[in-house]
Design a protein around this ligand. Structure first.
Ligand code: DQA
Length: 145
């Protein structure tokens, strides 16, 4: 099992950006947490962050026949990007959408998610732990065959 974890714009600013919403742990802490959990579960993960929509599209395209699943937190592109939705549809790799905050309880402009249509599950409001939950969901899905 090889999972690609994709993080969108401003997630590199975790620990600095709006700590009352996203917490005080850093992006590096998030990567360490995901890598440690992957090791425990004996799976391979690759983590990529970009502030640029096209780079995220490229990364999804490059995942074709390379990765078994994608965990994606498109950040603000969640609410704007049909390109990311189309890229996921293009490669056909099972995907889980993750948000650190509980987007359903936030501003109206955060209530649309384009990638949600494609993703087989969405995890929101669990903080960094949401990424680990997404790994569990992917492994459960794989075991269900
Ligand atoms: C986010 C929620 C988005 O609305 C926001 O633009 C982000 C982070 C989250 O993880 O809670 O940058 O995706």
């Amino acid at each position: 099992m090889k999972i690609l974890v994709l993080n969108g714009p401003n997630l590199n600013m975790l620990g600095i950006r709006e700590p009352e919403i996203y917490g005080s742990n850093t992006y590096e802490d998030l990567c360490d947490l995901i890598n440690a959990y992957a090791k425990e579960k004996r799976i391979a993960v690759e983590i990529f962050q970009s502030n640029h929509e096209g780079e995220l599209v490229d990364e999804i395209q490059d995942a074709y026949s390379e990765f078994d699943a994608i965990i994606i937190n498109p950040a603000a592109y969640t609410h704007t990007s049909i390109a990311l939705l189309d890229a996921l549809k293009s490669v056909g790799i099972p995907a889980v959408e993750v948000h650190i905050s509980d987007v359903a309880k936030r501003e109206d402009y955060r209530q649309i998610s384009y990638v949600r249509e494609y993703c087989f599950a969405t995890v929101t409001g669990l903080g960094f732990h949401g990424y680990l939950k997404a790994i569990d969901l992917i492994l459960e899905r794989e075991n269900e065959g």
